[in-house]
Design a protein around this ligand. Structure first.
Ligand code: UDX
Length: 458
């Protein structure tokens, strides 16, 4: 603790919800360990410092135009951000490094996808650590992209979807990452071409995970790279869950606190919480199947329908007139929820999720079993671990139509299989509780990370 005092860290998150949340949680963790923290934010998805009085914020103007600031093609957006942040971030670094009124900077911690920061940090002789906001098991797959291409697993072919991916149990070809982009070659280069070199050139890799869920993947990553690897998650675990904003509050939408007052009126473990993260989008037809699946399940449900979730719609206009009213208060729909507080609420009995990594970890910490509806990127891999390895959730094996959805919900909420899954989840939650206690894997790894950072400038 004493060594971290008097040292400043610069943190730079990729400005997407699923990346910002863990970076801010890591900022909290490192601040708690005694470091002073400066978080650099872009104008796109600009952070609001008022929730973080203990952190210092610096803003850069990357100048994305309105049409460029679209999340429809993430590969294109990430590539543009790498291009457009380069100069303003460099100027920001010059200022931060020469500011004698503040503590000396020990290192820069950037998102793994901010490739441009590698030569930049090198030119300043500034140690640079990387943050992997997703899981370790999916990272193992991303690192193996060239191999998976060579073996013909990627790009995915419809005829091979059920085939196991050799060397990557329990994954099937269908679980491998996919991303909607105009430029698959750019995606391949971004992942395959840079990930290995970048990691090797860094002073270490921090991953939001813990040994009990991804020990094997962490060993594999440690074998692959000569740099220290720190599995110090779930980053939010040491801090109490509150209903106020903080990491998790949307960069663009306020958290709707009516979720909590509505949950207060529901029976223990009866509610299905349905929420699909900050980026997923589905067709109107699929949306209606989800709506009727929830309605016909006869369970109470709290559903986050983010504006943009239904393709081509503003918000709920695709729902039949009187849909919610007919349920007599059994359903509650909001645009954005205080998700961690919702998952911690005693009325919640299941989480129907897209299996984004943050949602997965938050759910494990709160002991809520899952129904998996992965949409893209790492989510299919996360879902496979949830259903087949940790056995704490179900896939929609009966189909994504209303009838299949009802069957899966009932299996989890009412039938015998659900009980086993709840027991498995409760065991896993206990492990998550222990990982930040003295002697726990994340506790020890965090101590190691603090020492490592303190050794970088000595
Ligand atoms: C994206 C990818 O989809 C995901 O696969 C990857 O692992 C991380 O980046 P996202 O889709 O936003 O993330 O999902 P997720 O990782 O689950 O992060 C969403 C965050 O927003 C969570 O911290 C969640 O608590 C928060 N959230 C979501 C809310 O606070 N309220 C909501 O209503 C919905």
């Amino acid at each position: 603790m004493e060594h971290s005092k008097g040292r400043r860290l610069i943190l730079f998150a990729l400005p997407l919800q699923g990346h910002i949340v863990p970076m801010l949680e890591l900022a909290n963790l490192l601040h708690f360990k005694g470091f002073s923290i400066t978080v650099v934010s872009t104008q796109f998805n600009k952070l609001n410092p008022s929730s973080y009085p203990h952190l210092t914020f610096d803003f850069i103007d990357e100048g994305l135009t309105e049409s460029e600031a679209s999340t429809n093609d993430l590969v294109h957006l990430i590539s543009l951000l790498n291009e457009k942040c380069a100069q303003p971030f460099k100027e920001c670094l010059v200022n931060l490094l020469s500011d004698v009124s503040k503590e000396p900077v020990a290192c820069l911690i950037t998102d793994l996808r901010f490739h441009f920061t590698q030569p930049l940090a090198k030119s300043f002789n500034l140690p640079r650590l990387l943050l992997r906001t997703g899981g370790a098991s999916s990272l193992v797959v991303y690192i193996a992209f060239p191999h998976l291409h060579e073996k013909g697993y990627l790009p995915k072919q419809d005829s091979r979807l059920e085939e196991p991916v050799k060397g990557f149990p329990p994954l099937k070809v269908r679980d491998l990452p996919n991303i909607h982009t105009k430029d698959p070659e750019q995606y391949f280069q971004m992942v395959a071409g840079r990930l290995r070199d970048e990691t090797e050139a860094s002073q270490g890799l921090i991953i939001n995970t813990f040994e009990d869920i991804e020990g094997k993947a962490l060993i594999r990553i440690r074998d692959e790279f000569p740099v220290p690897i720190f599995g110090v998650g779930p980053f939010h675990k040491p801090f109490p869950t509150t209903t106020s904003s903080g990491p998790g509050s949307s960069v663009s939408l306020p958290q709707d606190q009516s979720c909590i007052s509505w949950l207060n009126t529901q029976a223990p473990k009866s509610v299905i919480y349905a929420g699909f993260g900050s980026l997923a989008a589905i067709s109107e037809e699929q949306f209606l199947e989800l709506a009727w699946g929830l309605a016909n399940s006869n369970q109470p449900f709290l559903w986050v329908v983010r504006p943009g979730f239904v393709q081509g719609a503003e918000w709920l206009e695709a729902l039949p007139n009187g849909f919610l009213e007919a349920l007599n208060g059994r359903g509650h729909i909001v645009k954005w929820a205080p998700q961690k507080a919702v998952l911690a609420h005693p009325a919640v009995g299941a989480f129907w999720t897209h299996c984004g990594w943050n949602s997965t970890l938050e759910c494990i910490c709160e002991g809520v079993p899952m129904i998996c509806m992965p949409c893209s990127a790492d989510q299919m891999m996360n879902a496979r671990y949830i259903s087949d390895v940790w056995k704490v959730g179900l896939q929609l094996d009966h189909g994504k139509e209303r009838g299949g959805i009802v069957k899966t919900i009932r299996k989890l909420m009412v039938e015998k299989e659900g009980k086993e899954i709840r027991n498995n989840m409760s065991d896993l939650t206990k492990k998550a509780d222990l990982c930040f206690k003295p002697g726990g894997s994340s506790y020890e790894c965090l101590e190691g990370l603090v020492k490592h950072i303190c050794s970088l400038d000595s």
